[in-house]
Design a binder for this molecule. Sequence first.
Ligand SMILES: C[S@@+](CC[C@H](N)C(=O)[O-])C[C@H]1O[C@@H](n2cnc3c(N)ncnc32)[C@H](O)[C@@H]1O
Length: 423
Amino acid sequence: METNETIKINTSVKESINKPIRGFIFACSNKTEKECFNRMLFGTDNVYGPVVIRIRKGDLLFLVNMDKDILYGVFEAICDGGFQFVPEAWKGKYPYQVKVRLLSDLITLSHAKRLLSKFGIKRNTPLYGQKLLDFLDLFFPERFLLDGTDKGAILQKKAAIKAGLGNKDIEDEIPLIESTTFWDFPKQSYGLTPKGDNKYPGVTPALIIYNLIWRYTVPGDLVVDPMAGSGTTMDVCKAEKRRCICYDIAPVRPDIIQNDARKIPLEENSVDMVFIDSPYGDNIRYNDHPACIGKISAEDEQFYEELEKVMKECYRILKPGKVLGWLIADQWVKGRFTPVGFKLYERLCKYFEPVDIICVARRGQASHTGVWHNRARRFNFYLRGFKYLIIVKKPEDKEKKNKKARRTKWNYYERKRTKKQAK
Ligand SMILES: C[S@@+](CC[C@H](N)C(=O)[O-])C[C@H]1O[C@@H](n2cnc3c(N)ncnc32)[C@H](O)[C@@H]1O
């Protein structure tokens, strides 16, 4: 006969086969610990935002107090991880949050840092399978479970984790955002699902878009890609919980809208970020559409004229203060170098304020073969080794800017002058 308990275990075991239970570590300090417990809420800043939005209801959570070197457990997420459930918590400093409950009595383990390093646990690496079971045993050893009473929830979790043991569908390391201006991504995509189509000519490395949206937008923001190709931007936005509209002159999938980037059908000041990986000239044949800008040579000024029309549209649709990321590369064809990146940057600066320029390593290039490396040395030219990711922003509203500038308020009090000074 099935008892209520076995029915519950069976349901969660079945769920776990499809969606394995993972474990995540949160950190707090002496200052922030109390609020975690009072609110039964864990929070972090944007560095670990990508981790938090991947937490699912039912995942296990652990809290480490870095000042006391103590590990608290075991908690369960009672909702999916998200953004600003309680905006005022920790005075808004930790907006990526998850609501939690204790799985059983609170258990405290000392030497937290040593334990975490022994298990090789990093905050952006989910625990799962046998490692998670072993980690749980630190809190609830088997012996303790047999002796104890009312350990239903823990047994259930352990059974569910065991059921998911064969499931390899787990993101191992959730990428942290880049900290320097040199980005080198060995693969086109990341995570469990493909982002874009790595067979598409000139497909964008997905982590470029990942990095931009985690730096310059928050979950729910609207991102637009006017030249979306195989839809890498769309897929990254979906995975990172941003809204997204993608256009292309010759769409290759139904969620990309057919449109010429020189006239974008969106209202002004309505978009939180634009990403463009435009043609770099006529080096790639994307499609046969007559309005494809990739048919114009980068040696021809017309190429920049057309891209300037795209820039103006990006400027119009972006909200003030918001960012445009534009990926571009220089050209060397038949003995002639064209600094496409600089020429594009010059035009962008007519409308936008510079934010930064990232050097992105070019990988998997068709020309990066032994023969071409040899030719480059012998005939004294260079193979293209990098692209520019130009990051610019639409200037803030003048009014808003002035308000910011006036933040430091100086009060001058006229001193009373003595009769002598007045003379
Ligand atoms: C470098 S590819 C974009 C790659 C894309 N980010 C991806 O990951 O698959 C450049 C794209 O610009 C598109 N394109 C060229 N001219 C265009 C125009 N006038 N309006 C809109 N899209 C255009 C091409 O069709 C091509 O798909």
